[in-house]
Structure formats: C-alpha cells, structure tokens
Design a protein. Structure first.
Length: 367
C-alpha cells in the first residue's frame, strides 16, 4: 500500500531530555554544532527504532533538529527575514514571545537547504521502512510572510500578490524536486494557514486588513495546486491541516465546511491529514467534497495523555465512511506531539501508547 498508511502519524515527537540539555549547551556556547548534531543523530536513530517497534510503516525524525515545526525550514529560504514577535495572548496565553517572518526580497530555494541533509540521515536510519519527511506548506509563506505581515505591507518585496505567489510556487517546486532527488518519496506539507479561513475570528481579522477571505481561499488552493502539480509520479505528497499546536493549546476554532469545497475538491495532494479529536473540528459532512484522495482521520489527540476508547474510534470511522469510502480512510493522531521543542503536556509513554492504539485500531478496522 502506498502512503498515507492505514496507521500513520503527523510527525513530531517529544524531545528527549538528553537532547534538550545538548541544545541548551549549544546555545550557551559549551558544545559545537557538530557535537549537537551527533546527539541529534543518536536520538533520531533511537526514535526511528521505537517507531518501527510500535508498528508504524512510515517513520520520521521527530523534528528533533527543529525549534519550530515551520520556522527552521522557512528561515533557510532565500528572501526570508526573521524577527522577534510579541505573541502575547496567542494560544490562549500559553505563548508569550515567538519569532515572526516576512518576505523581504526575492524568494528562492537554496540548493544547500539544511533540511536536505536532515532527510538523507532519516532515510539511512529508516532502512527498509518508509522515511516520511515534513515541511511547512507554501501558504505558510504567503499568509504569514505576505498577507498577514505588517512588515511586508510597509515594504513589499513584489509589485503584486500574484508575483509573490508565483515565486512561492517556484520555491516549492524546486524544494519538492530537491527532496525527491535526495530519495524522498513521502512528503507532508503542514499548514496552519488554512485554519484562519474557517475561523470566524480570523476571517474578520483578514477582512480588517482589506482582504476577502473567500478570494484568499482560492489563492491558497491555487498556490498549493501549482506547487504540487509537477511532482514526480512515484512521490506521495500529503497535507496536514492544523488548528495550531503549542504546549497542548491551539490557535483556531471551526469546522472544515468553509474551506471544504475549495480544498478537498481542488487541491491535488494524495491525502489529507485532518484533525478530528474534538468538537472544535466539527462533523464529517465536509468530507463529501473529497474525491479520490485518502483521508487520514486524526481521531487520537496529542494534547492530553488520556487514552481514547477503541470502540469510539471504530464508531467514528464508520461515521466518516458515510461520506468517504472506507478504503480511502486511514487513522492517525490529530497532530504531532511536539510541534515546537517545548512539546505538549503529555508524558513520553503517552505518545507511544497512543500510536500503539492507532496501529491496533487500524488492524481491527481494515483487517
């Protein structure tokens, strides 16, 4: 079976204490970058072995080399400027300071982007298992670095939004080809920007900046479609639509209905990873717009250690199958366990218990 798999995962894992200590020493200048990387290498190998043992087909590096799920990738793209950001109030007060970014000059994907070497190490560690790699989606640049950036509004790097979108598309086309050339056959685009389009609160903020959320939604879809349309035939690309994940808190509320037709019926990815772990995600009715893509139901939460009930999972998969054929459905946690290095408020064993539940449930549901 090609990915996404019946039992799959979003990608990030809680950082081990030894890794946290090594990163702190590096930031204090007590160890070198090479010494830090050696610790990362060792911990990633251990993590990959644990993923294999729990029964996953696709393994990730846990995003162990990253501080943020998105920023580390984006800041290495030519034309991006990173700055300190006052994040007071975001994620229900869980976040105070963060890093923002803007498109400051013409964008380009560098041939020596550090994530390419990171993937190569993961592929080697994965062995006969599938090495799954995660990067932020193109609209993370278009929305946060252009549309929602006051710095960009004050000093636009492109004459029109269309020109900016065109170069973002090319950045991702080049990135996809570069990962393919490095041996990647399973790439996941993580994208929280879509969340702003199904959240009433953030739709109002978008209007306040002078944009029409519905027109912006079409642009989001167009950018993703054009970025992915030239991918090699034997490469699987999925997209994870997230409502935000920081220390077990979230950013967006709302079901998928406002974006369902534009996203599910148009965007040409091979599968959608969708959060369905709480009432905030709404019901399964928006899945009626799905065409031939696989849908990975995120029915197991990563925000708490409380274990889901197996029978409840089976029931909810049956409910989703009223809109999407069962053979197109898969199962996963709703997000990663540590979208940032801080991690969610769950214990280390919680993440393995939950992944074990995903694997067991998938075996029972799809035999």
């Amino acid at each position: 079976m090609a990915p996404p798999y019946r039992a799959d995962q979003v990608g990030s894992f809680l950082r081990p204490q030894v890794l946290k200590e090594a990163r702190a020493k590096f930031q204090e200048g007590l160890i070198s970058k090479e010494e830090l990387r050696a610790v990362e290498d060792a911990e990633i190998v251990k993590l990959v072995d644990k993923q294999k043992a729990v029964g996953l087909t696709a393994v990730t590096d846990g995003e162990f080399r990253r501080t943020w799920w998105h920023l580390d990738f984006i800041e290495a793209i030519q034309g991006i400027e990173v700055f300190d950001l006052d994040a007071s109030g975001l994620f229900h007060g869980a976040m105070s300071k963060a890093k923002g970014y803007t498109v400051a000059s013409k964008l380009a994907f560098p041939a020596d982007h550090p994530f390419l070497e990171d993937f190569k190490f993961l592929k080697q560690a994965a062995g006969e298992h599938v090495a799954k790699f995660t990067i932020p989606g193109p609209n993370m640049i278009f929305y946060s670095g252009v549309v929602n950036s006051q710095k960009y509004a004050d000093h636009p790097a492109y004459p029109t939004l269309e020109d900016a979108a065109k170069d973002i598309v090319q950045v991702y086309r080049n990135a996809i080809q570069a990962f393919y050339d490095a041996g990647c056959r399973y790439l996941q685009l993580d994208d929280t920007s879509w969340g702003a389009l199904f959240s009433d609160t953030f739709r109002e903020k978008i209007r306040a900046k002078g944009y029409d959320p519905d027109k912006l939604m079409k642009t989001f879809a167009d950018i993703t479609i054009e970025a992915v349309e030239q991918k090699p035939a034997d490469m699987v690309i999925t997209i994870h639509i997230c409502r935000g994940n920081f220390k077990s808190s979230w950013l967006y509320d709302g079901g998928y209905e406002p974006i369902a037709k534009e996203l599910f019926s148009r965007v040409n990815v091979d599968g959608f990873f969708l959060e369905y772990d709480s009432d905030r995600a709404g019901d399964f009715k928006p899945l009626r717009h799905i065409r031939g893509q696989r849908v990975v139901l995120g029915l197991v939460t990563t925000k708490t250690g409380e274990m889901e009930n197996m029978e409840d999972i089976k029931r909810r998969v049956r409910e989703a199958a009223e809109y999407v054929p069962l053979e197109q459905l898969c199962l996963s946690p709703q997000c990663g366990f540590a979208s940032t290095e801080e991690g969610n408020a769950v214990a280390d064993q919680d993440q393995w218990n939950k992944l074990g539940l995903v694997v067991s449930a998938a075996k029972q549901i799809w035999n």
